[in-house]
Design a protein around this ligand. Structure first.
Ligand SMILES: Nc1ncnc2c1ncn2[C@@H]1O[C@H](COP(=O)(O)OP(=O)(O)O)[C@@H](O)[C@H]1O
Ligand code: SF4
Ligand SMILES: [Mg+2]
Length: 334
């Protein structure tokens, strides 16, 4: 069940990667992968996180999990700042937040059996031993819709969809509260994407999980999300309830993303103008001044180059970072 209580709070988070050159590996600049973002994840919800490739989604997920040490900012989980935790305290917290990865081929060790892969977190955290592990892994396989008799098989013996199920079994093995699902269906055949989404939804209900669900286009999170965040070049541009985001998008970038989603109706398709989102995403090494989106924005004015737009709640529970969001109504939608 979704409530308004936050389970996770991200505050002014920045993750800059140093760029090193030369023999002495001098730092010559930074990749501004995540550049000052703040948001909350509510208990029981699925928060979609969407943006084009390279905009910082994976880095956001990994920084939340403390797989990267944040350059600046805070990540509060049930009120505790994860960026400040060390040693045993961090290890205990880590059990409760897990990640599912995009590529079910690359993320599973090919030399480990299913029992070893799914059971590893239990061993590392000292939660099961010997035969217990095997039994627990069998239960987990059943929970994700795999035959428990497969415990001794290796990843290459499974299809893409089955491998992703193994990744899911591993992620739920420690009974986490929050799972960051990093494009869990992007690498799968369209025909099996829905099955994996359905599995994640069933597990969410059964286990009371909260998800951050990352995707590179809005069509993939439409079905599953409670709320959706749109990210562009390291920053958040819009956050709203699913319905508000799709029916009433306010940021020019969101409108552009929505107009890029193909509509299976030839009549609508013909009338539609794909005016927005020309050109490429600029480099996060030197993002544009002011609003990061200004080099591609049809509404851009001088102020957009001079000042970064504030992250503002312009309608209840609807946040947008744009100086001229009220003008976005003039943009052609679909
Ligand atoms: N470990 C890293 N070291 C240096 N640069 C990185 C690293 N990880 C990601 N980046 C860069 O940070 C930016 C954001 O990457 P990423 O978070 O993977 O985006 P997304 O998941 O949205 O595709 C990209 O420009 C990427 O090249
Ligand atoms: S702040 Fe300016 S450049 Fe950025 S999205 Fe709004 S109108 Fe476009
Ligand atoms: Mg990614």
């Amino acid at each position: 069940m979704t409530t308004n209580d936050p389970i996770l709070k991200v505050e002014n988070l920045k993750m800059y990667f140093p760029i090193k050159r030369g023999v002495i590996q001098r730092t010559v600049g930074y990749v501004h992968a995540v550049d000052d973002i703040s948001f909350e994840v509510r208990k029981g919800e699925t928060l979609g996180l969407v943006g084009e490739s390279g905009c910082g989604k994976t880095t956001t997920g990994r920084t939340i999990l403390q797989l990267y040490k944040a350059t600046e900012g805070h990540v509060f989980f049930e009120g505790k700042d994860l960026t400040k935790l060390r040693g045993e305290e961090l290890r205990l917290m880590r059990r409760r937040i897990q990640m599912i990865f995009q590529d079910p081929y690359a993320s599973l060790n090919p030399r480990m059996t299913v029992e070893q892969i799914v059971g590893e977190p239990l061993v590392v955290h000292g939660l099961a031993r010997g035969n217990e592990i095997r039994e627990r892994v069998k239960q987990l396989l059943t929970m994700v819709g795999l035959n428990p008799a497969y415990v001794d098989r290796y990843p290459h013996e499974f299809s893409g969809g089955q491998r992703q199920r193994i990744g899911v079994a591993r992620a739920i093995s420690l009974k986490p509260d929050l799972i960051v699902c990093d494009e869990p269906i992007s690498a799968l055949d369209v025909s099996i994407q829905a099955q994996v989404v359905n599995l994640l939804e069933d597990l969410q209900k059964e286990l009371g999980l909260t998800y951050v669900f990352i995707a590179h286009d809005l069509s993939m999170v439409r079905h599953i999300s409670t709320r959706v965040i749109v990210m562009y070049l390291g920053v958040l541009v819009e956050l709203a309830d699913r319905k508000a985001l799709y029916d009433n998008p306010l940021h020019p970038y969101t409108i552009g993303l929505l107009s890029a989603v193909p509509i299976p109706d030839p009549f609508v398709e013909e009338k539609r103008e794909r005016i927005i989102l020309e050109g490429d995403v600029p480099s996060p090494i030197n993002p544009p001044s002011g609003c990061h989106f200004r080099t591609r924005c049809p509404l851009a004015q001088q102020l957009c180059a001079d000042q970064r737009p504030e992250w503002k709640e312009v309608e209840p529970d609807h946040f947008v970072a744009c100086h001229y969001w009220y003008n976005s109504k003039t943009l052609k939608r679909r």
